[in-house]
Ligand binder design. Structure first.
Ligand SMILES: [Zn+2]
Length: 345
């Protein structure tokens, strides 16, 4: 079995790239690491910071970072003053200018212990334009001992000027077998869950889109129940459409609802699952062996795909997207769902 002691799963190529760049002193002064939540961006960022300051950096025979020297232990244990993490406050939607101003002032101080100071900016995709412009000033001419690692879920909201100054590297999610193997070996609670509730694990795995961190988070949270319900609703709606038994009464499908905000979010999450299901069925009609985003039972999904034309599936997908956008813009829930269902029947 592979050794996961450094916490890197499915991104060994990035790990090797950073190790080699640190060793050959060819690291850029900033990088953008992007990937869905829970793909190991923080773990990798910390290992890059450790590699930069590792005491065995010049020892060709030691792994880099060695993870054993005093510097590595300090950095990996999150106790180093030379590794500064900046993140969005929990109750905020955006990462504002204040933390970036702090960085701008802080870069002028030399590192405390090691050779490098590393600034890890979490949720970098949520930086306001003002924050990004402030960061740009520092990114343009950082002191030679500074490295920036911008961690983000996607890069669309980053300014072109930021993107042009930092190589963009994508974090991958592991293949199914690798993810399961890693979880069983490292998380006894997840292992127990896989053994006791294999069907629920399948649902959680699909809902997590293969993100290890998300799987671990969901298994121990109350969100798990809601996700399984959402998926079951989506699957039921598609089955009813295939059998021509879909009710026009949205109340029968989307159950009780109110105009409360969490209700709106719940229905939007349910619509997202309907879209994932429709995408799977479209993919099955168009490709030979597509990977599934929603269905855990490929045979059933194939059977279902025969019940629909591509045009019908596309209509389901587009109607759901339209309803979801309307809800996002605060449209009336009842009217939106009524319209949505009428467009399907
Ligand atoms: Zn070390």
């Amino acid at each position: 079995m592979k050794n996961y002691s450094n916490g890197i799963i499915a991104n060994d190529d990035l790990y090797d790239y950073f190790s080699a760049s640190v060793r050959s002193d060819t690291l850029s002064h900033a990088y953008i690491l992007h990937g869905v939540r829970g793909t190991g961006k923080r773990t990798l960022a910390r290992l890059v910071a450790a590699a930069l300051n590792c005491e065995k950096k010049d020892d060709e025979n030691a792994p880099l970072p060695c993870c054993e020297c005093a510097s590595c232990r300090k950095i990996i244990g999150n106790n180093s003053a030379d590794v500064i993490t900046v993140k969005r406050e929990e109750d905020r939607v955006f990462l504002g200018i204040e933390p970036i101003r702090f960085i701008r002032d802080d870069v002028s101080y030399q590192p405390n212990d090691g050779d490098f100071k590393v600034y890890i900016i979490e949720d970098a995709h949520t930086m306001t334009a003002q924050a990004q412009n402030a960061l740009l000033l520092t990114l343009e001419e950082p002191p030679p001992y500074v490295v920036f690692l911008l961690l983000c879920e996607h890069t669309e909201s980053l300014l072109e000027t930021i993107k042009s100054r930092a190589p963009i590297l994508r974090m991958r999610t592991p293949q199914r077998d690798e993810a399961t193997e890693y979880l069983i070996a490292n998380y006894p609670s997840v292992k127990a869950f896989i053994n006791n509730s294999p069907d629920e694990f399948e649902q959680i795995y699909m809902a997590s889109k293969g993100s290890i961190g998300r799987i671990i988070e969901l298994i121990s949270s109350s969100e798990k129940k809601q996700i399984i319900e959402n998926r079951s609703l989506a699957s039921g709606l598609i089955e009813a459409l295939a059998n021509n038994t879909l009710s026009r009464d949205f109340g029968e499908i989307f159950s009780s609802f109110s105009q409360k905000r969490d209700e709106r979010e719940r229905i939007m999450a349910q619509l997202l699952e309907i879209e994932a299901a429709a995408r799977d069925l479209i993919a099955l009609k168009k490709a030979d062996a597509p990977s599934m985003l929603f269905y855990t039972d490929r045979t059933r999904a194939e059977e279902l795909s025969y019940s629909f034309s591509v045009a019908k599936l596309t209509r389901i997908l587009q109607s759901s997207e339209k309803a979801r956008l309307a809800l996002l813009r605060n449209a009336n829930i009842k009217l939106t769902l009524t319209d949505f269902l009428s467009s399907l029947i």
